[in-house]
Design a protein around this ligand. Structure first.
Ligand code: G16
Length: 539
């Protein structure tokens, strides 16, 4: 039943910030998924003692791609696959399955927060035994393999029934279908004070969780409504759909519009949250109040002692370079380790494995801890609920307390989408070349104190990574420029702005950052080079 099929390479199968992300139509080309998966199997080498996880966020084409992966794994001699029932698993739940069961890695089929459907995006995230996504040294080898691939192996059988829990066999490979929700729920119960949160809801606390028709719906209904007692209907858009019901499952102020409109209305519940397509991102809202992901990381870190799993202490904390410096002030005050890494959760994995950090987070709506090796949307929501239950304070009060204690980093991200890749690459290259000449110069009253590419030297494996360009000003303000690594076509220029204030704590961020935005646009010549007068998406 095992067949070897001839194929020809595609030249575009390089993984980005988090796995392979492509237009669904690209991924549906003949042998596209097969070439990519065979290249991974070729790169791993010996497979007869390996067990992998397979699952995904339920998006369009996952059902077909998962069957291909199962049949190819069997034909390549993989020992066993552990598969989420009906092909579903969230990215954090998948990381937990890999770690708890000591698997050799896994494949989560998701393009994360990107839209789904025939005209949306498809993706594959590949993790190793750490439960985190493989480092660039491995993705580089896989890419090389994709460029030379000549054949792939597949077990020529009917599709596997993924609805029945339990074990079956395929071409000599063992398959185990698992419930994707229960193990994750057990882990959350071990970390947080479910009793305290239950009492909070029993006293009439209200919440709205928007699952955005993506993978977290079943997890959220089970945890928030069934176990913690949030009112039925608190979780909305709770049924995962292949096209996310037309939603763009990116939990931010722009795309989670329905939730944002409710939370800024007079009918707002006490607490609002959303997760993304595969459940690793989160957005936190209070009544008429938004918490930036950078502030959220700082606030969670400062309140670690309120959470049962962390109350005896944490190792340290890390953020991506583009994320605001708010958490750095907490790390200093708490005297814990503090690290800055390139954008991409995979860069946190060595720091967690070597017990240098417990918490980490990014401006791109990701927060997490060393309980797994991926960011974790529901974990962040539970962390906030646990703080609220322990302090009796609202989201706004908790955040204000934090700013009063540490000052506030006004922070926003401006995305210039759909750029020609040549134009975007040249903009970045020219800007990098110009950085050395910027030091000491003053723009709109802001004097440059330092301007350089961000370079990360991993303290564990010694690898060095360059990602983004950072301009620092003498008052502590910063501009960071980088190109997104998660798009499926063209280029997106991200411009991250930050200004630190200790007294003016309740200003409008857009007003506060207006002048630095002008500086950022001018220094990088964004309008003349791209034709864009303003950003397409502001978060
Ligand atoms: C991925 C990575 C994150 C990164 C984000 C944005 O998230 O795991 O670490 O911050 O992409 O990357 P970029 O700015 O390159 O688009 P996800 O949720 O898409 O897997």
């Amino acid at each position: 039943m095992i067949k070897t099929i001839s194929t020809t390479p595609y030249g575009d199968q390089k993984m980005g910030t988090a796995g392979l992300r492509k237009k669904s139509q690209t991924a549906m080309q003949p042998n596209y998924v097969e070439n990519f998966m065979q290249s991974i199997f070729n790169t791993i080498g010996k497979l007869d003692d390996k067990t992998f996880l397979v699952g995904g966020d339920g998006r369009f084409y996952n059902d077909i791609a998962i069957q291909k992966i199962i049949k190819m794994a069997a034909a390549n001699g993989v020992k066993k696959l552990v598969i989420g029932q009906n092909g579903f698993i969230s990215t954090p739940a998948g990381s937990n399955v890999i770690l708890k069961n000591k698997l050799d890695g896994g494949f989560v089929l998701s393009a994360s927060h990107n839209p789904g459907g025939p005209n949306g995006d498809f993706g594959i995230k590949y993790s190793n035994q750490t439960g985190g996504q493989v480092p660039s040294s491995v993705t580089d080898k896989i890419f090389e393999n994709t460029k030379n691939i000549k054949e792939y192996k597949i077990c020529d059988t009917a599709d596997i029934d993924l609805s029945k829990l339990g074990k079956q066999q395929l071409c000599g490979m063992e398959i185990e279908i698992i419930d994707p929700v229960s193990g994750y729920v057990d882990m959350m119960r071990e970390i947080f004070d479910f009793e305290a949160i239950k009492q909070l809801f029993a006293k009439g606390f209200t919440m709205r969780f928007d699952a955005m028709n993506a993978v977290t719906g079943p997890y959220a209904v089970r945890i928030f409504e069934e176990l913690l007692g949030a009112a039925p209907g608190s979780v909305v858009n709770a049924v995962p759909l292949p096209d996310f019901g037309g939603l763009h499952p990116d939990p931010n102020l722009v795309y989670a519009k329905e939730l944002v409109d409710l939370m800024f209305s007079d009918n707002a519940p006490d607490f609002g949250a959303a997760n993304d397509g595969d459940g690793d991102r989160n957005m936190i809202l209070g009544k008429k109040f938004f918490v930036t992901p950078s502030d959220s990381l700082a606030i969670l870190t400062d309140n670690f002692h309120l959470i049962p799993a962390y109350k005896n202490g944490i190792y340290g904390v890390a953020k991506s370079a583009a994320t605001s410096t708010a958490v750095g002030r907490v790390a200093q005050a708490r005297n814990i380790g503090y690290y800055e890494v390139p954008t991409g959760w995979k860069y946190f994995v060595n720091l967690m494995d070597s017990k240098r950090i417990t918490f980490c987070g990014e401006e791109s709506f990701g927060t997490g801890s060393a309980h797994i090796r991926e960011k974790d949307g529901i974990w962040a929501v539970l962390f906030w609920l646990n703080i609220i239950a322990a302090t009796g304070k609202s989201v706004e009060e908790i955040t204000l307390d934090h700013w009063q204690k540490y000052g506030r980093s006004y922070y926003m991200r401006f995305d210039f989408d759909g750029l020609d890749t040549t134009v975007a690459d040249k903009l970045m290259a020219d800007l990098e070349a110009a950085l050395p000449k910027l030091s000491g110069k003053t723009f709109n009253g802001y004097t440059v104190s330092d301007a350089a590419p961000f370079i990360y030297n991993d303290p564990v494996d010694g690898s060095s990574t360059k990602n983004g360009l950072v301009i620092k000003f003498s008052d502590g303000s910063r501009i960071v420029y980088r190109l997104s690594g998660t798009g499926s076509s063209g280029a997106t220029l991200r411009v991250y702005l930050e200004k630190y204030e200790v007294e003016k704590l309740r200003e409008d961020p857009q007003q506060t950052l207006k002048q630095i935005l002008e500086v950022a646009m001018n220094i990088a010549e964004i309008t003349p080079r791209t034709g864009k007068l303003q950003a397409d998406v502001i978060t």
